[in-house]
Ligand binder design. Structure first.
Ligand code: V47
Ligand code: SF4
Length: 361
């Protein structure tokens, strides 16, 4: 296998919708011809979305930062007895939902695996948010949290998901996937469910009609082969269910955690991986350049490298800011629109399922 991809043949494959092989993806990830990769990915995104780039008016709510796991890359988690550990009361959750502006369409709800809170607490979190804001979409709980609920409630996975749905869950975010390669996963988050279980939870959710996102944590100790292996598992999953809405590559942020890597990813690596994700995950509708993680300017550039979504207004982001992100906590709608428009794309306000709310021509 060559590490110098024949860009012409890869461009032709993409043009005729011929699926890229893992070897193609690996060769692209080893290439320094970023502009060529970006052009092919931009063209592929343009064909799918007609030059649109999406954002959503959303808000994050993190019910607790107390977690029984100690993933080495995680700067957010606290132990039960740490001074700055917290668990929101249900009233506090409801107040946060009520405080969100009337335009907010989506709440993104994730948190730690608390040792003492019962499954009912998480169901009530959903019910309280829905009570405060009946029309809002609840994108809540990663596959890791859902697996944890099944353990603490001693219920089968599909029953847990059914109860979450009844309580108001509309979709699930893509977190907790990290990297599937077992040896690397063991080193960075050995206590967490394995990659196969993550896929099982997501696949079960899809079969119950709950759509989800998917992520990959990169820029730590994984290899390019590990990245491609991860993408391949997601592509195969999507072939089986079609339930993934978006893929979000998440760059490792090095501050305040135990992994002990001081290195940030390079801009080149971020853009190349976004572009390769667009090209390789040909069955996943959207690729998200999460501005909180990339910073506003890199997220904007990413819109010309295959990404077609920039996430949303967010408000009160905790996970990346605990790990040293310098981006703002919140971004005004006008700024999102400006970032998208000046990248040469059409800003489209969306709901969680990518239905168009408004085209900002
Ligand atoms: O699973 C934790 C990551 C994820 C660090 O679905 C870190 O729309 C980098 O999944 N450096 C949670 N990454 C966030 C997440 C997400 C974000 C935005 C949108 C969506 C979506 C999902 O954050 C975790 C983990 O992979 N993470 N710590 C860190 N130090
Ligand atoms: Fe806990 Fe999630 Fe942090 Fe791991 S990444 S320690 S599961 S909060």
């Amino acid at each position: 296998m060559s590490s110098f991809p024949d860009m012409g043949s890869i461009a032709r494959k993409v043009e005729i919708a011929d699926r890229l092989t893992p070897e193609d993806a690996l060769a692209l990830l080893s290439s320094t011809d970023l502009l060529a990769i970006g052009r092919i990915a931009d063209e592929s995104a343009r064909r799918r979305t007609g030059g649109r780039a999406y954002f959503v008016r959303n808000r994050h709510i993190n019910p607790t930062n107390i977690c029984v796991h100690r993933c080495t890359f995680c700067s957010y988690r606290r132990g039960l007895f740490d001074d700055d550990g917290y668990a929101l009361s249900l009233d506090q959750v409801e107040d946060k939902a009520r405080d969100a502006g009337p335009d907010v369409l989506e709440f993104h709800v994730v948190g730690g695996l608390h040792p003492n809170l019962p499954f009912d607490y998480y169901l009530d979190v959903l019910r309280r948010i829905k009570r405060a804001r009946p029309g809002v979409h609840l994108k809540a709980f990663t596959a890791v949290e859902v697996d944890f609920f099944a353990k603490i409630a001693r219920l089968p996975l599909d029953e847990v998901l059914r109860r979450l749905k009844e309580a108001g869950l509309d979709s699930m975010p893509g977190g907790g996937a990290e990297i599937f390669a077992p040896a690397i996963r063991e080193k960075i988050c050995g206590e967490k469910i394995g990659g196969d279980r993550w896929i099982e939870v997501i696949e079960t959710a899809h079969r119950l009609g709950i759509r989800t996102n998917a992520t990959m944590l990169y820029g730590h100790i994984e290899s390019n082969a590990d990245r491609v292996g991860h993408l391949l598992k997601l592509r195969d999953l999507q072939e089986r269910t079609g339930g993934l809405l978006a893929f979000i590559p998440l760059a490792y942020h090095p501050e305040n955690n135990r992994l002990g890597l001081a290195r940030h990813t390079s801009g080149l690596d971020d853009l190349r991986l976004l572009a390769v994700s667009r090209l390789f995950l040909d069955n996943v509708p959207h690729i998200k350049a999460y501005w909180v993680m990339l910073g506003e300017k890199m997220a904007q550039v990413a819109l010309r490298f295959g990404a077609d979504d920039i996430d949303g207004t967010v408000v009160e982001e905790k996970i990346y800011h605990a790990a040293g992100a310098r981006s703002a906590q919140e971004i005004p709608i006008g700024r999102l629109i400006h970032l998208i428009r000046s990248a040469g794309k059409i800003p489209v306000e969306r709901d969680t399922f990518y239905n168009e709310i408004r085209v900002w021509n």
